[in-house]
Ligand binder design. Structure first.
Ligand code: C2E
Ligand code: MG
Ligand code: MG
Length: 280
């Protein structure tokens, strides 16, 4: 059993490497939308999160949860991550240039624990920003507490350097809980993404309290807040009432390929002065 498992992991790794070279990896994007805001800003797209997909010849589209753990173990994630970063930045530059309304559109890219530990990560990010003449503040990297726990001092130093470059840092999959403040202490952050498990519980007193506590901590620290995995209007309204800044999830739509997002951006960009301009 063990042997068979190891072989199939190696096979998968070989296939993944070939897929990277053959151009069989692709990105989908999911909008992060403003919840509140003056002058018809509510509902508009503030950013898109890049999510990697493997278009497998026989297996169809393989989701990241299936191949990223193997990529993390084998180190392939470093090459994949570098490719994701380049693709995501190139794509968002196209959208930024497509319409003045989207000149400030942001893109978020996920970094695994192993990617955050790369000693050439900061140089790679700087090079990609320069190659694409990208405003650093329109790039956010998403990390998790697992990446911080791998080696806090290395992680913090890397994040500090990224931030000095002007790149924003978001903490993904945040569930709150005990010792919120001490866990976040000393970590350079710009945004907190509330985990879908918190959003799913909204409406129950416990989950409402947990969300309130995370949002108030974030506000005290001056962090932007994003509710992730928003699937219902009730969840969206609860987040808005609690003052969360942005929302992302199936309620608005599943992640889409670049062409799909281009169509959404075009459709939502109504002419100025139109009665329904920008409102939802
Ligand atoms: P994540 O960064 O937390 O991304 C959000 C995940 O939730 C995505 O899954 C997205 O499709 C899914 N999602 C969005 N809205 C909803 C919703 O309303 N309900 C539910 N149930 N799910 C929703 P996906 O694309 O399968 O990605 C899974 C994870 O894989 C990501 O979680 C991230 O940790 C990792 N990942 C994806 N792309 C990359 C990448 O390019 N690099 C790295 N290092 N990790 C990545
Ligand atoms: Mg993420
Ligand atoms: Mg998440």
């Amino acid at each position: 059993m063990l042997h068979a498992g190891a072989v199939s992991r190696d096979d998968l790794a070989t296939e993944l490497l070939a897929a990277l070279d053959a151009g069989d990896l692709a990105l989908e994007f999911q909008p992060e939308r403003r919840i509140a805001g003056a002058m018809g800003q509510a509902g508009t797209i503030w950013s898109v999160e890049a999510l990697v997909r493997w278009r497998h010849l026989r297996r169809g589209v393989v989701p990241p949860d299936v191949f990223l753990p193997m990529a993390e173990e084998t180190g392939l994630i470093e090459r994949i991550g570098s490719w994701v970063l380049r693709q995501a930045v190139a794509q968002v530059r196209t959208w930024q240039a497509s319409d003045p309304a989207y000149a400030g559109l942001s893109v978020a890219v996920n970094l695994s624990p192993r990617e955050l530990a790369r000693d050439d990560l900061v140089a790679d990010v700087r090079q990609v920003l320069a190659e694409h003449d990208m405003e650093p503040g329109t790039l956010t990297v998403e990390i998790t507490e697992a990446a911080l726990d791998r080696d806090r001092s290395v992680a913090t130093a890397t994040l500090d350097a990224l931030r000095q470059t002007g790149v924003r840092i978001a903490l993904d999959d945040f569930v709150g809980g005990q010792d919120l403040l001490s866990r976040l202490h000393g970590v350079p952050l710009d945004a907190l993404k509330l985990d879908p498990s918190l959003i799913a519980g909204l409406g129950s007193a416990d989950a409402d309290d947990a969300v309130r506590s995370v949002l108030s901590t974030a506000r005290n620290l001056g962090l932007q807040t994003i509710g992730e995995g928003v699937e219902t209007r009730q969840q969206l309204i609860a987040l808005r009432n609690q003052g969360c800044d942005l929302a992302q999830g199936y309620f608005f739509g599943k992640p889409l390929g670049a062409a799909g997002i281009s169509a959404v951006l075009r459709a939502e960009r109504r002419p100025r002065g139109h009665p329904t301009s920008g409102s939802r």
